[in-house]
Design a protein around this ligand. Structure first.
Ligand SMILES: Nc1ncnc2c1ncn2[C@@H]1O[C@H](COP(=O)(O)OP(=O)(O)OP(=O)(O)O)[C@@H](O)[C@H]1O
Length: 287
């Protein structure tokens, strides 16, 4: 009762608490706690740097970026710019010399297993046990990621039918074309339902129909709140599909943001991404 009477006279940002040690009621000021952390589903790279032993310059040089959940991020750059090296660090195939990578607040080094459990990866040249059938490969992946039997059956059927590979799943992978292997790799990456999907040049080898279907799939996947990070040389694909872009050249990230913001930075007369890309990578910096 005493507490209720007293509480009417205190400011809004104060509170009364009972101190057990001296049996007195004391007044405390409430402090707003800001957790200096991450937004759910966010990918963060901080000062990532990697140099191969025999090289004169860093393959990736002090690269920092963050990508929010529900976004499709396109990673562009000329040959040898550092795209695959960055991707290999993101998926844990290479260790960065310096810097940190976090996804959903999990550090790729100190919390590696939780970090990797959230990631699906489609490499530029997928490698398989060629004597397995497509279905055997997918069951193998589902076993590794402990995908429950009924869920895996449902997901394999839906994904394989969507990507037009269902009828070939009982064939040996050695009989698959490059495009079919690419599709199998996408299905395998999505099977554990990861929150982050990383793809290295995913459209290479796909026919126009398969490429269209994959773009739709990536859009739906991102709309469901997941994050997509993919590298490409096909600038129209990046322009159509991506919410944000990153442009890398000689290991340095030259730009990260929306296409519209990049266009605004470069000013009038640069309507297409190809022109912007060429200007930027030739100059090596934004004006
Ligand atoms: N295994 C390696 N050993 C030594 N140097 C490497 C190795 N892999 C890549 N590099 C070098 O690192 C730099 C970045 O290469 P990376 O493969 O990351 O570029 P990229 O942007 O993916 O190129 P591309 O578009 O041609 O695939 C290049 O100078 C390349 O020669």
């Amino acid at each position: 009762m005493k507490y209720a009477v007293l509480s009417e006279n205190i400011p809004n940002n104060h509170e009364l608490i009972f101190n057990k040690t001296n049996s007195k009621i004391i007044e405390i000021e409430l402090v707003k706690v800001i957790i200096p952390f991450y937004t759910a589903g966010m990918l963060e790279c901080k000062h990532l740097t990697k140099r191969y032993g025999n090289q004169k310059r860093n393959a990736v040089d002090d690269l920092s970026l963050s990508i929010g959940s529900g976004q499709i991020f396109g990673f562009l750059g000329p040959n040898g710019a550092g795209k695959s090296t960055t991707i290999k660090m993101l998926v844990g195939l290479l260790t960065a010399d310096q810097g940190a990578i976090l996804f959903d607040g999990k550090d790729s080094k100190t919390d590696a297993l939780s970090y990797k459990q959230n990631i699906g990866y489609v490499p530029d040249e997928p490698v398989f046990y060629e004597r397995m059938t497509g279905m055997e490969h997918l069951s193998f992946i589902a076993d590794i990621y402990e995908v429950e039997q009924t869920i895996r059956k449902e997901r394999i059927e839906t994904l394989a039918k969507t990507l037009l590979l269902y009828d070939a799943l009982s064939d040996q992978i050695s009989s698959y074309s490059h495009g079919m292997k690419q599709k199998l790799s996408v299905i395998a990456a999505l099977l554990p339902s990861p929150k982050l999907l990383i793809l290295d040049e995913p459209m290479v080898g796909l026919d126009p129909k398969a490429s269209y279907i994959l773009k739709q799939l990536l859009k739906d996947y991102a709309q469901a709140g997941n994050t997509v990070f993919f590298s490409t040389h096909v600038l129209e694909v990046a322009q159509q599909l991506c919410d944000t872009l990153g442009i890398i050249s000689k290991g340095k990230l030259l730009y990260s943001g929306t296409f519209e913001a990049l266009q605004a930075k470069k000013g009038e007369g640069t309507e297409n991404l190809e022109q912007l890309f060429l200007e930027l990578t030739e100059e090596g910096k934004l004006s």
